[in-house]
Design a binder for this molecule. Sequence first.
Ligand SMILES: Cc1ncc(COP(=O)(O)O)c(C=O)c1O
Length: 413
Amino acid sequence: MTSGSFDFASLLTAGLPAPAAKWTGFPKYNFIGGHNDAEHVPVDRLIAAVTAVLAREGSTLATYGLESGPLGYRPLREFVAAKLKWHAGIACTADEILITSGSLQAIDLVNGILLARGDTVIIEQESYGGSLSRLARLGINAVGIPLDGEGLRMDALAAALDDLARRGIRAKYIYTIPTVQNPTGTIMGEQRRRELLQLAQDHGVPIFEDECYSDLVWDGHRPPALYAMSNAGGVIHIGSFSKSIAPALRVGYIVAGWDILSRMLALKTDAGSGALEQMVLAEFCQNHFTQHVPALVRGLRAKLETLMEALAEQFGTAAEFDDPKGGIFLWVKLPEAVDTQKLAQAALASGIAINPGPEWSTDKAYGKSRLRLCFANPSHAAIRQGVAALAEVCRREFGVPARIANVERRAVS
Ligand SMILES: Cc1ncc(COP(=O)(O)O)c(C=O)c1O
């Protein structure tokens, strides 16, 4: 339905983003977004959790914020505090945690208290599209720092900070995804973390640490969070249950001191994030989180193996990638001749969705022949078929891959 003949268009406020496209269902081969593995959503245990928690505390739904106040359901914050301690080395209390509607709301709140049009932030050259698009929309100058196998390159970061200082500019934050970077899948080592903290401190720039994927490390080991390692404060940490449990739940969190959280709470005008999701997660996680995550991670690793095999089979040496340290993405480089934005359009017409590199990079030319593939949601069979179909489209549009295992590919009829 539309708004009929009433002219809303003339009333719309200036500066709105382009209208959203109507959803027409998922494509047959869906390699985009950050969806999770449907087989590993712990449905039975979530049902048991929701039943138990509602029977016990359902009547507290009568009040905004349950009986936990605006920071979010206290048992969930207590679980997050305990988990951050054992997993990331962060010593914080439930009062230093704000539950948000997904970590996207956390990003909006961090941006909301720190950024104004024309400000500068430092960001990984390849980074999360949702963060990049937000910065663009806010009119922020995003300075991209190249990455290597351990994430942010310290020489490049030092040079960028010095350059900004020479020009009298103090960046508002350094945004990093240090533990299973999106899209590259790297993990920043402990020594590099120390250097990063030192550089940030020397320049008086805070660090914005996004730990969305840190539960999904193949061997389960990760360095302490930057938040845990910082002696001087100056780090805001965010995390999410989207990747460890399920993204549709929309539950994330921010870890920061009350001086920061109190400013964010004043901007969080939704009267609290969804209560039922918070209650179910708290109930589930207290009993099952530590068993659930390793099983999920094993399933994801198996899907990654399938994806890497399919790419090697279908694209041969034309597809270059590093084996990521965890997560749900593979960041792939195709030959220069391939423009992945054009490839994405052509592929979508054939029912294959991919994320083109320029949307995941501050340097559009660098991203041109790169693409990101999410392997968590498609089945093993869909991964194999989808990659084969993508290779056909890519060959038709760009002549890549020309040959596979030295056999010229059959032209598509
Ligand atoms: C690095 C990063 N941060 C934050 C998010 C937002 O996730 P959510 O709002 O589901 O917690 C994503 C989603 O893919 C992400 O990749």
